[in-house]
Design a protein around this ligand. Structure first.
Ligand SMILES: Nc1nc2c(c(=O)[nH]1)N[C@H]1C(S)=C(S)[C@@H](COP(=O)(O)O)O[C@H]1N2
Ligand SMILES: [Mo]
Length: 240
């Protein structure tokens, strides 16, 4: 019985592109929910609407710092003390021209500022203003992605890792943020660079990004589900 339920979910999305299907599905009933949640969200979002943006008056007086707030890593602490002047972000894998970006390179890309609600799966939410470079523009600056590219994987200094698919990558609000509420992104919130992926829960918004890798499959990333949280049982698709 339990086997047939995910099979039903699979059937519903058979013939649709990967956009509607999670790369991995948990077992049992919850697996059926994984497929239905993602396929339904993606159907509703098929025209890539923006997540709700708010007015300045809704910004929370203090945006929380949560999870890892100051990685205990010697090189990272060195970068903090140098205000990230010598920090660089390698972008590799399935891009036409793998390269590194300094923080100044990233800030030189056309910026996007958005006031959005962050929704943590652990029961809190807060509205803040984020400024950063659209991920799609960064990938373009690396020559664009190769035709077989399907996911972008982010690695954090604290060994956190996450991935998103191309549907999320091309969304205009998917940015690599270096600014929070008009200031430099604080260490507690992931300095110098963190992902904002506004249609997904807190855990997908990886902080302390230290490298980016474009891949055709998530199977080779640690335990194979594409993220630290999903490797430990969360749904890879963290749709809000
Ligand atoms: N590298 C890294 N990224 C992370 C985390 C973390 O512990 N390490 N925690 C996640 C979770 S669960 C949430 S809710 C947000 C918290 O972001 P904040 O500290 O800016 O509030 O970051 C996410 N990204
Ligand atoms: Mo979270």
């Amino acid at each position: 019985m339990l086997v047939s339920v995910p099979a039903l979910g699979g059937l519903l999305t058979t013939g649709c592109s990967d956009t509607f299907r999670p790369p991995t599905v948990r077992s049992g009933l919850i697996g059926a929910a994984d497929v239905l949640t993602m396929s339904t969200s993606r159907w509703l979002q098929r025209d890539q609407p923006l997540a709700r943006e708010f007015g300045r008056e809704h910004i929370a007086p203090e945006f929380p710092t949560w999870g890892q707030t100051n990685p205990d890593d010697e090189r990272y602490q060195q970068h903090v003390s140098e205000q990230f002047r010598h920090w660089a972000l390698p972008v590799g894998g399935l891009v036409q021209q793998p390269r590194s970006f300094s923080l100044a390179d990233i800030k030189a890309l056309p910026a996007r500022t958005q006031i959005t609600a962050h929704v943590c799966e652990q029961g809190w939410s807060a509205i803040a203003e984020w400024t950063g470079a659209p991920l799609s523009l960064l990938l373009e600056a690396a020559g664009g992605v190769k035709p077989e590219a399907r996911y972008v994987v982010f690695h954090g200094v604290d060994r956190w890792y996450e991935s998103i698919d191309m549907f999320e990558v091309v969304h205009p609000q998917t940015i690599l943020a270096y600014g929070l509420n008009g200031e430099e992104l604080p260490v507690g919130n992931g300095a110098p660079l963190r992902l904002r992926v506004e249609r997904q829960c807190g855990y997908k918004n990886i902080k302390f990004i230290q490298s980016i890798e474009v891949v055709d499959s998530l199977a080779g990333i640690r335990r194979g589900t594409g993220g630290l949280s999903s490797d430990f049982g969360f749904h890879w698709f963290g749709g809000v």
